[in-house]
Design a protein around this ligand. Sequence first.
Ligand SMILES: *Cc1c(COP(=O)(O)O)cnc(C)c1O
Length: 360
Amino acid sequence: MSRVYNFSAGPSMLPEEVLKTAAAEMLEYGESGQSVMEMSHRSKEYQAIIDAAEADLREIMNIPDNYEVLFLQGGASTQFAMVPLNLMTKNGKADYIITGQWANKAYKEAARYGAAREVASSKDKTFSYIPKTTAADFDPEADYVHICMNNTIYGTKYNTLPETGDVPLIADISSCILSEPIDVSKFGMLYAGAQKNVAPAGVTIVIIRKDLIGNAMDITPTMLKYDTHSENGSMFNTPPCYTIYIAGLTFKWIKKMGGLEAMKELNEKKAKILYDFLDNSKLFKGTVVPEDRSLMNVPFVTGNEELDAKFVAESKKAGFVNLKGHRSVGGMRASIYNAMPIEGVEKLVEFMKKFEEENA
Ligand SMILES: *Cc1c(COP(=O)(O)O)cnc(C)c1O
């Protein structure tokens, strides 16, 4: 067996330890005589799995008691609709900051249900920076302000949160969840699809302040109301049982690694190796302004499309896969989520150095 270094933006690498535990427990979980895949979600064994997953996530992220943790389906993309359907209901208005394709999709979906407003955008420079805002930019009557915390495609992230006053801030954290500590109490709601930093695709984590639940528009389908899920312990219908189990294993792995402070330190170290190289390279360069660089997604280019293609092809042969950049940026993108070991980044940079020498 030879496992590659997988730099995919998502689905992406999982910690080897998580995969090994899942493999060891595949045929029989504990003394249950069955796989978690086969288990009733109403069984005592499964209830213990989902309860532990929630408890561990609450512990790792230091989630205050006045927030619900929900395990939902439909990916982050379904939240683009659930957020306005449930929360754009007091004044029918919401403010959106457009920092890339995901933020824009969220905005477009919200515009179907009410007065969504684009407050700021970094589209003018291919989303290579986070637009600056001040408190005065936001409508105090907006029901919420929506941001995408880490922009997976463009490789930017918020280092300072926008000042929204009393208006709840909502963030898509799909590609940065668990990568570093986050002050949950600063947000009305956070959400993330699992397949970047947590588990295989299939579960969406929602962390929502309790007072924001229960005001959905009348037209909201039952399955898309947060109260449906909060009133039923994320088991109104069959939850994505196995994915939640894997998420639980990832949470345990993070606890063992030392929690989010330790993850942050490791992620900063990994990202620095790559950014330092890019800043000094004569061939490669990063596409994002230094102050807004993501710890998770690192886009870079040579400035020559043929050379980019050659690099992607040669790196793949050398065991570094999925480095091709998103079509809207071009070039390359290395996604270096929690599960990417530091050796993966070190070896990639060695390979880049060699490629640079050979193609100078
Ligand atoms: C991947 C991604 C999405 C889309 O997630 P799905 O689970 O596929 O719907 C949304 N937002 C961000 C920031 C992402 O990285």
